[in-house]
Design a protein around this ligand. Structure first.
Ligand code: SAH
Ligand code: SF4
Length: 350
C-alpha cells in the first residue's frame, strides 16, 4: 500500500481520511497535536493514542521532509535554506529577522512561468508545482534548525514561484499553518504575494491571509514590458480586484514596487504610483532592484531611491523601503533560483 504524506493533510482532510480507514475522526486532532503542537514524531511517545493505531501509522503516513542541502547565514542575519525536492531540483526558503519578528519566505514552485523580466526565478520555466507537504516542509525544517529562543512569527509566500499558479497546495499549506491546535499561526501573519492572477485573488480573500501584489509599473505600457501577465489582466483590472479584497477583508493590500533604473524609478513614476493606488487601502513597499547577471536592468542610486520614497511620503502614501537583505548569500528578492550550481558562493555587496 502506498503511503500518504502526512504534511499534505489539513486537519479536516485528515479526519476524512482516517474515517475512510475505519478510524475515529478525533484521531486526527490527536495526531495534529502531537506532530505539529508537540513536534513529536516518535509514535511511542503518543501516549493517549491506542497502541494498535500507533502501530499502523508508519504504514499509513510518510513523515519525511525535504532534505536541507545548504544552510547559510548572511552577515546581516538573513538565513537561506536550500532543499532537495527530488529529480535534481532544489528550492529555497529565506529566514529574515527584524525587530520583534522572524519572517520565513517560502517557495511554491520550482521555477516560474510568469517570466517577469527582472526576476531571476522567472528566467527558468516552471518545472513543477510544490506539494503542500513540500511547502509546509520548508517551514518545519527551518523551525527545527532554529535555536530554542527563536520562533517563526510570520510567513510570506514570496520565494520562488507564483503562489496563485499553485493555489490548491498553497491554500492547504495556509490551513495547516493556521490550525490552532497545530502550528497556530494567525492568518494575519501570513502574506501571499502574487504577480496579478486576477481571477484567483478571491482565493486569497477567502483564505483570510494578507494580500501582496507585485505592481512594478505605473501604466500598462511599462508594466506589460516588465511583467507579461499584464497583457492578460491590466492594471485597472488588478486594482479593481484589490479594492474588492479590501472591501471584504477590511485589510490593506501591500503593493510591491521594484525600482528599475530608468524604467520605473522617476519622480513622475512616484507621483503616478500614488495616483493609481490612491483608491486602494494600501501600503507601498519599494524594493530597489537586486542585480543579477544578464538581467539587462540596473539598480538606481541610493539617492534616487530616497527621492522616490520621499516623493511618495510627501503625497501622503504609506510607504516602506525594503532594505535589501541577504545579498551576500544570494537570498535577496528575485535572486532565488533552483539552478544553485550557477551561483557563486558569495556575491559582492555593493
Ligand atoms: N511570484 C510572486 C511572489 C514571488 S516574487 C510575485 O511575483 O509576487 C517576490 C517579489 O520579488 C515580487 O514583488 C517581485 O516583484 C520581486 N522581485 C523579483 N525579482 C526581483 C529583483 N531582481 N529585485 C528586486 N525585487 C525582485
Ligand atoms: Fe514569477 Fe514572481 Fe518572479 Fe514574476 S516576480 S517571475 S511571478 S517569481
Amino acid at each position: 500500500m502506498s503511503r500518504y504524506h502526512f504534511f499534505d493533510f489539513s486537519l479536516e482532510d485528515l479526519g476524512d481520511f482516517l474515517v475512510e480507514q475505519g478510524e475515529k475522526r478525533f484521531r486526527a486532532t490527536q495526531l495534529y497535536k502531537w506532530v505539529y503542537g508537540h513536534k513529536v514524531q516518535d509514535f511511542s511517545q503518543m501516549t493517549d493514542i491506542s497502541k494498535s493505531f500507533r502501530e499502523k501509522l508508519p504504514d499509513l503516513f510518510d513523515f519525511s521532509l525535504p532534505p536541507v542541502v545548504s544552510d547559510r547565514t548572511s552577515v546581516d542575519g538573513t538565513r537561506k535554506f536550500l532543499f532537495d525536492v527530488g529529480d535534481g531540483d532544489t528550492i529555497e526558503a529565506v529566514l529574515i529577522p527584524s525587530p520583534g519578528r522572524l519572517t520565513l519566505c517560502l517557495s511554491t514552485q520550482v521555477g516560474c512561468n510568469m517570466a517577469c523580466k527582472f526576476c531571476f526565478t522567472g528566467k527558468m520555466k516552471m518545472k513543477r508545482r510544490l506539494k503542500a507537504h513540500e511547502i509546509v516542509g520548508q517551514f518545519l525544517q527551518a523551525d527545527r534548525l532554529l535555536g530554542s529562543d527563536q520562533r517563526i512569527s510570520n510567513i510570506v509566500y514570496m520565494g520562488m514561484g507564483e503562489p496563485l499558479d499553485n493555489p490548491e497546495n498553497v491554500l492547504t499549506s495556509i490551513q495547516i499553518f493556521n490550525t490552532t491546535i497545530g502550528i497556530g499561526l494567525s492568518r494575519k501573519r501570513i502574506t501571499v504575494s502574487t504577480s496579478g492572477l486576477v481571477d484567483r485573488i478571491p482565493l486569497i480573500t477567502e483564505s483570510g491571509a494578507r494580500l501582496a501584489v507585485s505592481l512594478n509599473g505605473v501604466n500598462d505600457e511599462v508594466r506589460s514590458q516588465v511583467m507579461p501577465i499584464n497583457n492578460k489582466w491590466n492594471i485597472k483590472e488588478l486594482l479593481d480586484a484589490c479594492v474588492e479584497h479590501c472591501r471584504i477583508t477590511k485589510d490593506k493590500v501591500t503593493f510591491e514596487y521594484v525600482l528599475l533604473k530608468g524604467v520605473t524609478d522617476s519622480i513622475e513614476d512616484a507621483r503616478q504610483l500614488y495616483k493609481i493606488t490612491r483608491r486602494v487601502p494600501c501600503k507601498i513597499n519599494i524594493i530597489p532592484f537586486n542585480e543579477h547577471p544578464g538581467s539587462g536592468f540596473s539598480r538606481p542610486s541610493d539617492s534616487q531611491v530616497v527621492r522616490f520614497q520621499e516623493e511618495l511620503m510627501k503625497l501622503g502614501a504609506h510607504v516602506l523601503l525594503r532594505r535589501t537583505k541577504g545579498r551576500d548569500i544570494y537570498a535577496a528578492c528575485g535572486q532565488l533560483t533552483s539552478a544553485h550550481k550557477e551561483h557563486p558562493q558569495t556575491m559582492p555587496v555593493q
